[in-house]
Design a protein around this ligand. Structure first.
Ligand code: GDP
Ligand code: GDP
Length: 435
């Protein structure tokens, strides 16, 4: 369960300023990581080791003078349904208005804790003015300035006391983020629909707030996962889109956000240049990859066909020989489960950490039996190696002459790492460092 803090109040009291202040640091970090910035009205915040989600309910309400009543109803509904704690923001520059009263009337009936936040209290005059809001019957006002941040510490100290649980920094951590990729018409939307039709279940979507469909959290076939860029699938219907440009952009974005890419091919067309480009991009981005050869129902085949195709694909992809290939049919619901299972496996492989002692124990004999070839009479000695604690598996080999390690030898080491530790579907990175 996620702790949610909802910000409500009439327009112009400073809700979005407060929202931005609360999520400020966290957001900057998260956006840096994923490489994308999004305009949204919910975000993650932290105070004294308590992590929570903030919703700026104002952002979800299109308010004009005549729809205020409707707006209030909607805002308060969202807040009361979803929130652990409600921040009711008022403005010390204007004092109590009729609209503040209306909000108070509804909020007073709430069973959720409501904090009365008297904003824009930078001056001592306005600090004093804050006490006027006792009149709303919502308890003690907390004078703050969303702009400067003053007073927000005391407010948050009080707010976090109402959280029933202390939640993890990122509740989605440990859940595979999967991108469904492939060129147009390979069957991506059909696949996603089948996947989700099985057990349509958006786990963490905040109802009524149209949390952006990117990165929604699902459960299907008893597996929990996050699909990246499902929004793109929906928008595809728009004819006016520049399909080619749009799908490229979408591919890159979904890929960036994912741990594992399920890349679909169309069996009726084989593996084409465009498919290989997408696979190459995913490998370069150090993502886990599962290849799903879709429309297998439409191919004339016997018991040997899959093997023949697999060999042909691997020949085309050489030297990349570690990607799982599943022959599937969305239409006949054939091996859909296997694709997801593979994706989960690849995810686990990507997270795998091999202890330093284990790597050296198994790899040193391989190096001794086939040492790096001498170059210009110089011998390269690899002394020891370890795996770095990075998001995708990365190994460092310490040696005397790192510049003399040839690509072919690097490939030998990579193959041996794969043989011993099984990194199916995951690109490995090898570094050679002087020691
Ligand atoms: P919202 O409509 O409730 O989301 O309000 P905004 O966050 O957009 O703020 C409305 C106006 O109040 C903007 O001009 C803000 O710059 C201003 N404002 C917000 N917070 C403060 C504050 O703490 N002090 C002062 N002086 N102005 C503020
Ligand atoms: P997208 O552009 O990658 O999202 O592809 P769509 O999901 O829109 O599918 C493109 C076309 O391929 C549609 O006509 C689908 O009915 C068809 N299709 C999808 N999956 C299969 C399959 O497993 N077998 C066959 N024969 N056709 C399929």
């Amino acid at each position: 369960m996620s702790n949610i803090v909802a910000i409500v109040g009439r327009p112009n009291v400073g809700k979005s300023t407060l929202f931005n202040r609360l999520i400020e640091q966290r957001q900057a970090i998260m956006d840096n990581q994923s490489g994308v910035t999004r305009d949204r009205h919910y975000g993650r915040a932290e105070w004294t080791d308590h992590f929570f989600t903030v919703i700026d309910t104002g952002g979800y309400v299109v308010g004009s003078e005549d729809v205020f009543e409707e707006a209030i109803r909607e805002q308060v509904e969202i807040a009361l349904d979803e929130a652990t704690v409600v921040l009711f923001v008022v403005d010390t520059m204007t004092g109590i208005t009729g609209l503040d009263d209306e909000f108070a009337n509804v909020l007073r009936r709430s069973k959720k804790p409501v904090f009365l936040v008297a904003n824009k209290a930078e001056t001592s005059d306005r600090m004093h003015a804050a006490s006027e809001f006792y009149g709303l019957g919502m308890g003690e006002p907390y004078p703050i300035s969303a702009q400067t941040g003053s007073g927000t510490g005391d407010l948050l100290d009080a707010v976090v006391k109402h959280f029933p649980t202390k939640e993890a920094e990122n509740p989605d951590e440990g859940i595979p983020r999967i991108a469904i990729l492939g060129r147009p018409n390979v069957g991506k939307s059909s696949f996603v629909n089948t996947l989700l039709g099985v057990e349509r279940n958006i786990v963490t979507d905040i109802a009524g707030t149209t949390r952006d469909a990117i990165n929604s959290h699902y459960k299907a076939f008893g597996k929990e996962f996050i699909l990246t860029d499902t929004a793109g699938l929906r928008r595809k219907a728009r004819v006016s889109d520049n399909i080619e440009f749009y799908s490229t952009l979408r591919t890159i974005k979904a890929m960036e956000e994912s741990d594992v890419c399920v890349i679909l091919l169309d069996a009726t067309r084989g593996m084409e240049g465009q498919d290989m480009t997408i696979i190459g991009q995913a490998i370069k981005a150090k993502k886990g990859v599962v290849i799903m050869v879709n429309k297998w129902d439409a191919v004339e085949k016997d018991h040997k066909t899959a093997d023949v195709w697999r060999k042909e694909f691997l020949r085309r992809l050489a030297p990349i020989d570690y990607l799982p290939i599943v022959f599937a049919s969305v239409h006949e619901k054939q091996r859909i489960f296997q694709v997801m299972e593979k994706a989960m496996e690849v995810y686990e492989n990507k997270k795998k950490r091999i202890p330093t002692s284990k790597i050296n124990e198994l790899m040193q004999p391989e190096i001794e039996s086939y040492p790096p070839p001498a170059i210009k009479g110089k011998y390269v000695k690899i002394k020891y190696m370890l795996q770095l604690p990075t998001a995708s598996p990365t190994f460092v080999f310490f040696c005397n002459l790192p510049q003399y390690i040839k690509e072919s030898y690097e490939r030998y080491l990579e193959n041996k790492l794969r043989e011993h530790f099984g990194f199916d579907g995951v690109p490995l990175t090898l570094f050679f460092r002087q020691k």
